[in-house]
Design a protein around this ligand. Structure first.
Ligand SMILES: Nc1ncnc2c1ncn2[C@@H]1O[C@H](COP(=O)(O)OP(=O)(O)OP(=O)(O)O)[C@@H](O)[C@H]1O
Length: 363
């Protein structure tokens, strides 16, 4: 990174970063106590102080109960919040912790607690301190999984809070280098916590973070990866808009929650659009959650081969039944599995459909 770009964030720059939030009633700041979120708290507090009227700011720290130091770090955040004139609460993740998949479970618990706190405070938005470096790592993770355009678009500045869509999640620092946030804290002599799990090679993200300097020496630095995300995001938004128009032109609501499409029109639709139409339809009527991209691709490919053949064709995916007959593609909720047959019935159904049952998120 060029030396001149490692400058502290100025008050006028912070004003631009938070500008669209000025009319909110209240905002929750998600503050772990690490450098990024400590900078979020400091900059948001100064921004608010400079305004006569503006949102109430509530800093929230989630103690996941996973590290001994977490309690002390939460107390340090509380102390700094008080110095900055902000209200602060520490919320604890109670109950049994899973043996595997701790980062994902902690993340879900964190967003649940933050969304609850936001609702209680009448806050429309939760602000996190994700930086351009986090965005770059997310792009690398998605690349390693062979993600499509939607996945490569990585994180958005504003999106629904995962699992709690009614509260918006805002990432004002998504285009800001982490080093600039550290420079901001150093300039103001504000201390922050160091979480060693950020360097723990047991986690994919930490391992990819370790690769960043090597990739940067070949030109694949955080700025380039974030640029890729932005361009993918632009293409993804355009595709979604086209899909929206095509959807309304092609879809007919049938009995129950069923949806049908003219097979001839689908046959003329480009692969990416056909894929997204199918994904939407299955997402709307399926009862087993989001569908994995690779499974959707396999279904769309099989369907493409049958469109126009005149042959009756059926598949189930993610709790949706997809039927092609009489020139129509119908997508409806799959019939319930027979009670008492558990795994056997499930396997028989999915084997017949040539699919594995458990869907996971599509990217
Ligand atoms: N314990 C915590 N308490 C409050 N906020 C937190 C906590 N941990 C993380 N955050 C918020 O989430 C942001 C991202 O943190 P981190 O990158 O560690 O989380 P993550 O699990 O990768 O999040 P995501 O999955 O949403 O990318 C932080 O900048 C901070 O705003």
């Amino acid at each position: 990174m060029p030396r001149d770009s490692v400058t502290a964030i100025s008050p006028s720059e912070a004003k631009v970063l938070f500008a669209d939030l000025a009319s909110a009633k209240a905002l929750v700041l998600a503050v772990s106590g690490g450098p990024d979120s400590t900078a979020l708290m400091v900059l948001a507090a100064r921004w608010r102080k400079a305004m006569r009227k503006g949102p109430d700011l509530i800093a929230i720290t989630v103690d996941h109960g996973l590290r001994a130091e977490a309690r002390r770090e939460a107390r340090d955040v509380a102390r700094l919040a008080k110095d900055l004139g902000l209200s602060h609460r520490t919320l604890r993740w109670r109950g049994d912790k899973p043996k595997a998949g701790i980062p994902q479970a902690a993340r879900e618990a964190r967003y649940r607690l933050l969304a609850q706190a936001a609702r209680r405070a009448g806050a429309s938005h939760i602000l996190t301190a994700h930086t351009r470096d986090d965005q770059a790592e997310t792009v690398l993770i998605r690349m390693s999984r062979g993600s499509g355009i939607t996945g490569l678009a990585a994180m958005q500045r504003i999106a629904g809070t995962p699992g709690h869509d009614a509260v918006l999640l805002v990432r004002p620092f998504l285009d800001i280098a982490k080093l600039r946030l550290i420079a901001t804290l150093k300039k103001s002599n504000v201390a922050f916590a160091d979480d060693p799990t950020n360097r723990d090679a047991a986690f994919t993200r930490a391992r990819l973070r370790g690769l960043m300097p090597h990739l940067a020496s070949e030109g694949l630095d955080a700025a380039r990866l974030a640029l890729l995300a932005r361009r993918a995001g632009r293409a993804d938004a355009a595709l979604e808009q086209i899909v929206e128009i095509v959807w309304h032109g092609l879809v007919t609501a049938g009995p129950g929650r069923s949806l049908s499409f003219d097979a001839g029109a689908l046959a003329r639709t480009p692969d990416e659009i056909l894929l997204r139409l199918l994904g939407r339809a299955i997402g709307a009527v399926g009862i087993e959650g989001p569908v994995q991209l690779a499974k959707l691709e396999a279904l769309a490919e099989a369907l493409r081969a049958m469109l126009g053949s005149g042959i009756r064709w059926r598949r189930t995916l993610a709790g949706a039944l997809v039927t092609l007959q009489n020139g129509l593609l119908c997508v409806e909720t799959a019939p319930p599995r027979r009670p008492g047959h558990g795994v056997l019935a499930r396997n028989a159904l999915t084997k017949a459909a040539g699919k594995r049952a458990k869907p996971v998120k599509s990217r």
